[in-house]
Ligand binder design. Sequence first.
Ligand SMILES: Cc1ncc(C[n+]2csc(CCOP(=O)(O)OP(=O)(O)O)c2C)c(N)n1
Length: 559
Amino acid sequence: MADTLNGYEWLARAFAGTGMTHVFFVESTMRRTLLALSDLGVKPILGHSEKAAAYMADGYARVAMRPGICMAQSVGAANLASGLQDAYLGHSPVIALTGRKEPSFQHRNSYQEIAHAPLFSAVTKFSTPVDTTAELPRLLRHAWRSALADPVRPTHLDLNGLQGDVIELGQTSAPLELETEARRIPVHRPVADDRDIEAAAKILSSTRRLAIVAGDGAAASGAGPQILALAEALAAPVATTLGARGIIPTRHRLSVGVAGSYSAPPANRIVHGADLVLFIGCDTGDQVTLNWTIPPIETRIVQIDADPMELGRSYPNTTGLVGDPKATVARLVQVVGRPDRDRAFVDEAERIVADWRESMTPFIQKNTAPIAVERLCAEITKALPADGVLVADTGYSGIWTGTMIDLDTTGQTYLRAAGSLGWAFPASLGAKCAAGDRKVVCFTGDGGFYYHLAELESARRYQIPAVVVVNNNSGFGQNLTGVRRISGNRPNRGEELIRFGPTDFAKVAASFGVRGIRVEEPGRIAPALAEALAANEPVVVDVVTDLEPRAPEAWSPPR
Ligand SMILES: Cc1ncc(C[n+]2csc(CCOP(=O)(O)OP(=O)(O)O)c2C)c(N)n1
């Protein structure tokens, strides 16, 4: 029997025992636990909103590939839950802890409290009240295992006591381990059944025009080298989801870029032109398939996924293999061997990509103000270290970074918002907490940056040296196209819906005590990035661009 401990002592020691380095919270919650964690060397990071704390935990979890913890008191639960949407969609193992008023306060108009269960039901895969400290170890272990198991997703414990204090003060004599084997995601690497692998190898080898689409699950599995080996053996072009950008070097001749709605034209054209598509760790959702038109719905599919529920979810004509992408593709490479392949399809794909890249050259080389975002992206490509982490916000920030920034070393990591505007800045702070010496660059629009500007204060207080690049075009640039469409392209009509600023974010940063660099000329981008990356402190690089230029547009099939 282990020693009897208070809940807060148990929790702090159990968390610290996993090797976690930071937790993210907003007062007033779990004070005893937070102080005990601090004593054990785990840094509590106080954010300015629960949503930002959740995003920080998310960024932390995606880099650490282990659980990220966020905490809030009862009235913050709704804010915290809203911050879990991205972690849920982005398959990030965030564990949320909230306080909840004691049972005697329930169902009698208690101040500041609504029911928590409905708030968390849509954004977690496991959420439960914890009524006694004796139950805490078992339920936390379950929340932990559940967050890490495929499909990886957030979990939540609703702790008795407004600030979780009833649980903190109760006693337990449970063992301190949260997990017996500390492994990063994916915790398990099952290999698909040999018969399924052999059948798939036959189908793939006998397809002339074969395209691979690698998804976020393949990226989480670290399957890049195995996918590249398979693509080489089968002479197959490789497209990715936005989240799997960089899973193989983006300048590799087999790489055709991101497919779907947040993409440049080549990948969609190429995947659409395939006779068979091999999806690897890919959710086949609307974003990567451009509403299930890339490839067309009747296309023959082979699909590898750790989660059997994903197989054939959207494409009925699917041969499915259940297994970890890395382990299963490695085996598939062995079985496929070195078949004699027709290279016409890859040659065609290579030409399409080369033509598109050439068409972008004038924008990349544009040397006058206002700065072209293509040029900004090219400068980030040059500046990002070989082991750098790039954190992109949603919308155009996802499209620009996913199409115009090349990631050419296997040491680089690309993280992107799964749709929540404003996610990237707080997520990049959490990412930096987990990244050690690796540099973290956040790419955000001004619209996205406004959401959590207050976290500049957190970045300064904790000296979290993330580099924030703001594509400052004084408005919701992506939405200009939509506003114009509904206003019949009448000049200025409806633009008040999307224009704001101008704001000098370098000055805003300075007022928070954060170094800010304002960039108005293309020639100043490289020195600004170099200065920011060399600084061992947070830096905002405010790049003045224009609302008018459009990001690359997805190619869609002729109707
Ligand atoms: C929470 C949330 N609200 C609204 C949106 C819709 N949305 C997507 S992109 C975008 C505009 C983003 O503007 P900004 O960050 O300035 O980048 P830009 O398009 O100008 O490059 C909006 C409003 C969203 N994705 N998430």
